[in-house]
Structures are given as C-alpha cells and as structure tokens.
Design a protein around this ligand. Sequence first.
Ligand code: NOS
Ligand code: ZN
Length: 369
Amino acid sequence: MSETTPTTPQTTLERVRALPKVSLHDHLDGGLRPATIVEIASANGHRLPTSDPEELRAWFRDAADSGTLVRYLETFDHTIAVMQDAESLARVATEAVLDLAADGVVYGELRYAPEQHLQGGLSLDEVVEAVEEGMRRGEQQAAAAGTPIRVGTLVTAMRHADRGLEIAELALRHRDAGVVGFDIAGAEIGFAPSDHLAAFDRLHAENFPVTIHAGEAFGLPSIADALHPCGAERIGHGVRIVEDVSVHEGHDEHGLPNATLGRLATWVRDRGIVLELCPSSNVQTGAATSVAEHPITLLKDLGFSISVNTDNRLMSGTSLSREFALLVEEAGWNLADVERATITALSGSFLPFPDRVALASAVIRPAFA
Ligand SMILES: O=c1[nH]cnc2c1ncn2[C@@H]1O[C@H](CO)[C@@H](O)[C@H]1O
Ligand SMILES: [Zn+2]
C-alpha cells in the first residue's frame, strides 16, 4: 500500500471494495440480511432469538463464534426457516446478488442445499427454479444500479444425508439454467466425501464440475478422499492441508519460507488445485487461531492456488472486501496479493474459459493496473 496518506483499516476496506473481486465460496443461507429474516419470520411464524435486526445481526456473529463447526452450523436453523417458499427463496437470492455487487464482486458462485428448503411443500426442482429466478433478478437490478455482476449457483448435498445422487441429478437438470457446479457440506467428521461417490461418478460422467468441503473440521484424509476417489476440481476450505507442510527456520533466496511438503500437499500445490479459503469462518469454528496467523498466508507464499472467500457473510459479520482488508491489515498482504488471489479465484471458477479470459482482461487486470 504505497501512498503518502497513512492507511487505516477503513481506507483499506474502501480501497478493496472499489476493486473487482471474485467470490467462489459463499452460502446463500449464510448471507441473509437480518431485516429480511425478521420480516419473513414475522410473516411465517418462525420464532427468532430476537426480532430486532441489529440484535439479530450480533446474535448470529456471537452464536457462530462457537469454536466448533457443528455448533456454528446450528445457527443456520434460523436462516433456513425463512427460506421455505418460492417468494422468500427468490428474494434472498436477489438480495445476495445485490449485496455481493455492492461489495465489488463481479463474478460470484453462491451455494445452498435444496433438500433443506422442502418444509413448505416445494419440490427440489421448484426450489432451484425459485433461486435461479431470484439470481437473474439480482443480476438485472445490479446492472441497472451500475454494479454489474454475474453469478452461478452450486447445488449442495448435505453430507450426513443420503441424497447425494438425487441432488447430483437435480444439479444436472438445471446445468444450463444457472447451476454451474456441485458441492457437499455440513458436519465433516464422520462423513467422508466418498460416502457420496456415486454422485461424484455420475457428475464426472456428465463432465460437470465439483467442489467439496474438505480439510476444515477434519484433516488430510478428508482432502485426499475429496481429490482422489471423488475427483473434486476445487476444495472448499482445505486449510488443513497445512498439516502436510513442515516449516523450517529461515527463508530461501526469494525471501520465501523454507518448508518441506508431503505428497498430498505437493499434489495440491503442483496440480494447482484451487483452495477456497475462508479466514474469518475458520477463526469462528476453531480451524484457525486468528486471521494474522491463518495458514492462508503461508500457503500463498509457498505457491498454492489460494482464493479468499467469506463462507457465511452473516455468521461472520463479513464481506469479501473485509476478508481481504483483514489480510492486508493483519497478515501483511499487499494489493498484488489481492490481485493474484482474485485471478486465481477466476481461473478456478466454473465459468466457461472464454468468459474468464474476458473478465480478467476487460475488468480485473485494468482495475488493478
Ligand atoms: O463452512 C462450512 N462447512 C461445512 N458446511 C457448511 C459451512 N458453511 C455452511 N455450511 C452448511 O452448508 C449448508 C448449505 O449452504 C448450510 O445450511 C450449512 O449447514
Ligand atoms: Zn462453506
């Protein structure tokens, strides 16, 4: 950050917000506006911890600050409860697109698990149709507001449930209508990616891209399982790949940390597997101690393909700009690091290749130049 005026956290945040960014890992049901939750809950009778939007915003952040993934995930009961009819699903999707666009995101992938939105009588296909409708509306409104954004959705299956293949088929049915990829999420310990191998095999037989949450609450075996039998194109989180990296004293001739990589970490780095890292979320679930000490900075310095993400903007009280600003303020990142992570995210995205090239050359490169 080379300028004569001193940089403060606020100015860093504003500078990063003005730059075009790419978001790969953002849960639709983890990013609702508190006022929207209050409004829909009062209409559908769902009881919330508080009906004051600002108190509710704080409640989510505090409750998610729990130290374990399982307790962090309990907070989703209150967002999922207000996403059970077509109108609410479309509204939440539109607002998510507008909120990303206002934060300077120019391409985003939003994920959610359709199987969690059936309590009001919708079918799986109706859930996906409502979300896609809301996404298109969001894109149109963002363009009209002068903050153009393109979004794709990732259809997620819950790893503890037994519907992987059915959800994979659902994703395939909507692949030309906005669904760009497939994911599995939920509690990681005890629920291996290969429990859903039939889904991943089916998707790969149809040349459909997959990302898998792995290496967040469980370690290297989870990442290896996601990559090899399951063939994930990207890894959701993957932060615990650092358990296969030993750091030694000192630095090499380029000023980079001396480290030895195990076979799995070598594979992930050398194949350029894009990791969807989510610093603040990891601090809340206990996967990292702080943003300053988050392994993302070591992984960046060692040449891993890292992207920066929010995971759940509501639960972490964050935005993509804020995640980058924290890395700049607390972990020594500069704007070249922000640009590199943005280009990496774009390269790993499930957008068609010519669209990625166009976005990089017409929007991202010029803004950082
Ligand atoms: O960081 C995470 N790790 C694992 N699962 C998650 C994370 N964030 C959200 N979800 C889960 O994904 C579902 C669909 O969006 C959410 O309902 C939540 O249960
Ligand atoms: Zn996630």
